[in-house]
Structures are given as structure tokens and as C-alpha cells.
Design a protein around this ligand. Structure first.
Ligand SMILES: Nc1nc2c(c(=O)[nH]1)N[C@H]1C(S)=C(S)[C@@H](COP(=O)(O)O)O[C@H]1N2
Ligand SMILES: [Mo]
Length: 397
């Protein structure tokens, strides 16, 4: 006679990695990673689509480089932590639904659905984020919009989850990891477990080992990628291939060829304002007083690179043309139709003396891929707003 295979119960999983002590700590670390990632992601979204109440400072010049670095690296750290957390709690999947109690059954179902939503949304964010860092877009939706919308889903589901688990989590966190009488495993009382009962010391060191391994994996994942934005980590970051390559020592996202750039021989920069217009030849731009500043390009994809940029502060240029200052300025490219062919400098950015219409990088004339004949290079802005091949500055009302 063959016995019918029995579905396991949560209590059958007695390994230390499945204890509530471990699950709660992993949850806390993940919570911190997600909170950092969400906050910095919201910032990045608002800088690119500023609502009326939002202002972003221009200093320190590396501010966006830092917030976006934190965004990408906290997301990377969350991947191993999420996998460890799922491993820790998967025995809960075997909890029997309370079939005979309709109200509790409905609660059980709703919790399951919200967890499913949380896990799916979290994976969607992490996976699309990693693809974005790798500059690969193997899908049809528009990444920034989808990534932003699903972030709200993930955070909503996460808050629900935290609220529901708060009592268990608090109890588990207040207990020392090496406690002699550990709290219940994630599935229920340890002592009644059918599996082999471990002695407390072995269980405690098992819990520590699992947490250390998880933290170690997160640390390695961060180090492997941090070089894209932290220059002194470049040598220990095998995945940071982006940050060092490119003409004139700086990576290029969109080449002049891809953007279909043709610079007319008699190129003039057009400056317009309500009621006025002025064209400036390239030679005249080069003859104006120049300023050199070390400023980073910080791409939303996570890579960033600093260079010495030389050009005319937009503020001086507007003054020279007789245009009004202290207003927002729309910057438009020779590129037509590209997603990033225009950007708007808010008034505080247009007025910063380091906001340059750059003609040179590291002492050399801009190469076509870096935006020849001139490009915007402003402190504190995401790379995507550092418009290349600038043809027009438009002072807005
Ligand atoms: N006109 C135009 N400017 C652009 C882009 C573009 O596609 N078109 N890409 C932006 C992005 S996403 C980044 S990160 C920077 C990259 O600058 P670089 O090529 O000089 O490194 O340029 C920005 N300027
Ligand atoms: Mo970018």
C-alpha cells in the first residue's frame, strides 16, 4: 500500500532560516532598502516632472549623483535580501486556509492577494530597474512611467504588510538573535514541531549564519555595481563597465549619429524671450568670457562621471543677449523628435553661475557625441536633462 503524500505544514520547516527572528530582521533590512529606494525614486521623478510646489537645489553639484546612486544601489541590495526573505517565509504558503470560517477565510484570502501583489510589484521594480541599469529595454511599455506607477503599488502593499505583521515583527525584533528560548518559528510553535528539535545553540548560530550570508550577498551585489557611480570603487566593481568608457573619457548614451545631428556650417544659437530674439554665431559664443567647472553627468540609469566643462554661464549669456533673467528657460536641441531633445531649466537652475552652455570638455572642443557645437551642463541635474546639441534657449514667461 502506498500512503497518500501529505502536504507539509508550516511547522514542519524547522530550519533556523525559517524562524520569525530571521524573517523579522530580513524584513527590517528590506524595509530600509525599499524606503531609501522609494524616496530617492520619487525625488528623481519629481526632478524630471516637477509639480508646482517642487524645487530642487543646484548645490551641492553632486546632489543628484548621490540620490540616484542611493536609488540604484538600494535597489540592488534589495534583490538578495528579497530572495532571502522569501526563502525564510515560504513555509507560510503551506498554512491551511480556515475553510469552515468564512470571515477568517476572506481575511486569509485578502492577505494572500496583498502578499502576491507585493512580491510581484517588488520583482517588477527590481527586474526592470536592473534592465534599465544595463540599458536594455526588452519590453514595449515606457520604462519611467511603468516603474513609477508600480512603485506606488509596491509601497501600498508593503505598508499593508508591515501594518499586519507589526505585532509579530516587534516581538521578534525585541528578542536577541541568540536567545536561548527563541520565539516561535515562522510557522508556529517550535516545540510541537514534527521535525527534529534542534538544540538552542545550534539554532541560534544557524540564524546568525543565514542573516550574515544574506547581508554578505547584499554587500557583494552593491560592491559589484557601485563603481558605476563611486569612482574609487570602480576597480572592485566588475559590473560597472559603463562608467569608464566613452569619447573624451565620459560615457555617451545617445550618439550624434543615432540622433541624426547635422550641424549647419553657419550655426547660430537662437535665444528668444517674450518679445525678443537674438542669434549668436558659434565663434561669438567662443569669444565670450568662459567659465570652467568640474561637474558630473549623473544618468538616471545609475552611472555617473565627472569632467571639467568649459562654457558660458547661461545667466551671462542671457544678459549678453539682452534677455530677461530669473525665469525658467527651455533648452532645445538640434535633435528633432527624440524623447530628450528639450528640457526646462527652472528659474533657480537658470540663474546658477555654474549652469553652463558648455563648448568644451576636459579642455577639448566637445566631440559630436558629447553635444557639439554646445550643450547644457548644469549642477545637480539628472543626465537626461543635460541637453546636447543645443540650438535654442527660450526664456519662458
Ligand atoms: N539632445 C539630447 N540630449 C541628451 C540626450 C538625448 O538623447 N538627446 N540624452 C541625455 C542623457 S539620458 C544623458 S545621461 C546625457 C549623457 O551625456 P553624454 O552623452 O555627454 O555622456 O545626455 C543627455 N542629453
Ligand atoms: Mo541618461
Amino acid at each position: 500500500m502506498t500512503r497518500r503524500p501529505r502536504l507539509p505544514k508550516p511547522e514542519d520547516f524547522t530550519a533556523p532560516s525559517h524562524s520569525a527572528l530571521v524573517a523579522a530582521r530580513l524584513g527590517l533590512w528590506l524595509g530600509v532598502a525599499f524606503a531609501l529606494c522609494f524616496a530617492t525614486g520619487l525625488l528623481s521623478h519629481h526632478i524630471q516632472h516637477p509639480p508646482g510646489w517642487f524645487t530642487w537645489p543646484t548645490r551641492p553639484v553632486n546632489l543628484y549623483r548621490i540620490t540616484q546612486g542611493v536609488h540604484v544601489l538600494s535597489g540592488i541590495a534589495a534583490i538578495p535580501l528579497l530572495l532571502a526573505k522569501l526563502w525564510s517565509v515560504y513555509p507560510r504558503l503551506f498554512a491551511r486556509p480556515p475553510l469552515r470560517q468564512p470571515v477568517r477565510l476572506a481575511g486569509h484570502g485578502l492577505r494572500r492577494i496583498s502578499i502576491l501583489l507585493l512580491v510581484c510589484a517588488a520583482f517588477f521594480e527590481l527586474v526592470t530597474g536592473v534592465f534599465n541599469v544595463a540599458q536594455s529595454y526588452p519590453w514595449r511599455f515606457f520604462f519611467p512611467q511603468a516603474h513609477y506607477a508600480v512603485a506606488w503599488l509596491a509601497v501600498g502593499a508593503l505598508l499593508l504588510h508591515v501594518a499586519e505583521k507589526l505585532p509579530i515583527t516587534r516581538a521578534a525584533l525585541s528578542e536577541r538573535l541568540g536567545a536561548k528560548a527563541p520565539s516561535e518559528p515562522i510557522g508556529g510553535p517550535d516545540r510541537s514541531a514534527a521535525g527534529p528539535v534542534r538544540d538552542d545553540d545550534t539554532a541560534a548560530s544557524g540564524r546568525r549564519a543565514f542573516l550574515r550570508t544574506s547581508a554578505g550577498a547584499a554587500g557583494i551585489a552593491v560592491l559589484a555595481t557601485a563603481g558605476v557611480t563611486v569612482p574609487w570603487l570602480r576597480r572592485v566593481s566588475p559590473l560597472a563597465w559603463r562608467a569608464a568608457v566613452g569619447p573624451q573619457g565620459v560615457p555617451v548614451n545617445r550618439t550624434a549619429l543615432a540622433a541624426g545631428i547635422v550641424v549647419p556650417a553657419d550655426f547660430q544659437l537662437e535665444i528668444t524671450w517674450p518679445g525678443g530674439r537674438r542669434g549668436v554665431y558659434l565663434a561669438d559664443l567662443a569669444a565670450l568670457p568662459q567659465r570652467t567647472a568640474e561637474l558630473p553627468i549623473a544618468c538616471v540609469e545609475g552611472w555617473s562621471a565627472s569632467a571639467y566643462w568649459t562654457g558660458i554661464p547661461i545667466l551671462d549669456l542671457l544678459g549678453h543677449a539682452g534677455a530677461p533673467t530669473g525665469r525658467p528657460v527651455r533648452v532645445s536641441s538640434l535633435e528633432t523628435g527624440g524623447l530628450y531633445s528639450t528640457s526646462v531649466l527652472p528659474a533657480n537652475h537658470a540663474s546658477d553661475p555654474l549652469t553652463l552652455l558648455a563648448l568644451r570638455i576636459n579642455g577639448e572642443v566637445l566631440s559630436p557625441d558629447h553635444g557639439y557645437p554646445c550643450r547644457l551642463l548644469a549642477p545637480g541635474r539628472p543626465g537626461v536633462l543635460q541637453t546636447k546639441w543645443v540650438a535654442r534657449l527660450e526664456v519662458l514667461a
